[in-house]
Write a protein that binds this ligand. Structure first.
Ligand code: FEO
Length: 392
């Protein structure tokens, strides 16, 4: 492969997964990468590995730069299998390597791959001298697994934070100044919204802690996507803003429909919200994936959710959506519910109950109409959209 130099004697040796479209449910419409970095000094360190089916490619990339049995350390910042499932294969070849991981990382490596490796544990502030370079480790428990940690390389000031600041973006380019910045930020936001939303307060505290330690990266090299080298503070500031839950005057309408009644209601609500000058997104489940829906909700102030009643329940796609969004716990939004039914009803009641259990702020009452919405019903929908938009 062509050498990808991050800094002198520090190389990207990861792989590009162009074809993945479903990453454990996260829809990766632009593919992804699994980034690993090789540091050549008096001691040689490989930071992170890759998904198992790409291990051979990683080994080839490393071999172009160093003998595999000359690797002294393999830093495992995070044990989720997109980064670690190539580790056993790498350890077969890197026979002299010691694995460096957090205490929880060691536990997770043993749970996943058995107690077969020489593992040295580190905690926040511990350092490892490679020669001219020193690695400093920062534990980041629950960002986003208990084992997660970051590696800071000095004197180059390169932060390798694993998942944090990543994006699911396959590209032949490796650096932020080489790619379309709108696509880059869109994918970074999508990644934050779908993975890190519940962790906002932890993120703010961790960034403050890292800054207080004197970590001031000139390059941020995450484990997915593009490396931030032109202006790394841009993504740090974006994370700080996102973690505060900053939102726009935007209403997202998420719904599904069987014979078109809930669809008509959704559009009437949208007209009402639009009449107040709010930005509106209408997103039909089964036409839009949950990953995109969550990204749209991320910076909205109101979410209005509609479902027909099927067998006295909400339509199944709504169950899936509400389960996903309840787990992500987005803050600072108003929620409202609407839908149609033929005889017994139940969808609006069921959705409202789920939202209540999730701790969402609910705008009452929702609207439920029988069979086909009349012009009066559609006027009520319009008024609901108008009222919510005027309140946000
Ligand atoms: Fe990219 Fe949490 O793994």
């Amino acid at each position: 492969m062509n050498k990808v130099t991050v800094a002198e004697d520090i190389f990207w040796v990861g792989v590009v997964d162009w074809n993945i479209r479903d990453f454990h449910g996260y829809i990766t419409s632009r593919g992804t990468t699994y980034n690993a970095y090789l540091i050549l000094d008096q001691k040689t360190a490989l930071v992170d590995t890759v998904k198992h089916n790409f291990a051979k490619e990683l080994l080839r990339n490393v071999e172009d730069l160093a003998d595999l049995d000359k690797i002294d350390y393999i830093i495992v910042n995070h044990v989720e299998m997109d980064h670690s499932s190539g580790l056993p294969r790498v350890m077969e070849k890197a026979k002299n390597a010691t694995i460096i991981a957090s205490e929880k990382g060691k536990e997770a490596i043993i749970c996943h791959y058995g107690n077969n490796f020489n593992i040295q544990t580190v905690k926040t502030g511990d350092t490892l001298k490679l020669g001219d370079r020193t690695l400093t480790f920062v534990e980041a428990p629950m960002l986003h697994w208990p084992d997660s940690m970051m590696t800071y390389v000095t004197p180059e000031k390169i932060l390798m934070p694993n998942d944090a600041f990543g994006q699911h973006l396959a590209s032949s380019q490796r650096f932020d100044d080489e790619v379309d910045e709108h696509v880059l930020m869109e994918e970074a936001k999508k990644y934050y919204a779908n993975i890190l939303t519940p962790l906002g307060p932890l993120i703010t505290r961790k960034i403050q802690e890292v800054v207080a330690m004197g970590v001031a990266p000139t390059i941020i090299a995450p484990s997915h996507g593009i490396v931030w080298r032109s202006n790394p503070s841009r993504i740090v500031n974006a994370y700080l803003q996102w973690s505060e839950g900053k939102s726009r005057r935007k209403v997202v309408i998420v719904y599904d429909t069987m014979w078109g009644s809930t669809d008509k209601m959704a559009h009437a609500i949208a007209e009402g919200a639009t009449s107040q000058g709010a930005e509106v997104k209408i997103l039909k489940l089964r036409a839009t994936d949950l990953t995109e829906i969550v990204t749209q909700i991320h910076d909205s102030k109101a979410v209005i959710v509609g479902s027909p009643t099927l067998n006295n329940q909400m339509f199944p796609t709504l169950g899936s959506f509400l389960t996903y969004i309840a787990g992500l716990r987005p803050k600072g939004k108003v929620w409202s519910f609407f839908g149609s039914y033929g005889w017994g009803g139940g969808a609006v009641r069921g959705m409202t109950e789920m939202a209540r259990k999730a701790g969402f702020e609910i705008h009452q009452p929702g609207i439920e109409v029988k069979y086909i919405p009349s012009s009066d019903d559609l006027q009520k929908c319009f008024e609901l959209g108008k009222q919510i938009a005027s309140e946000i």
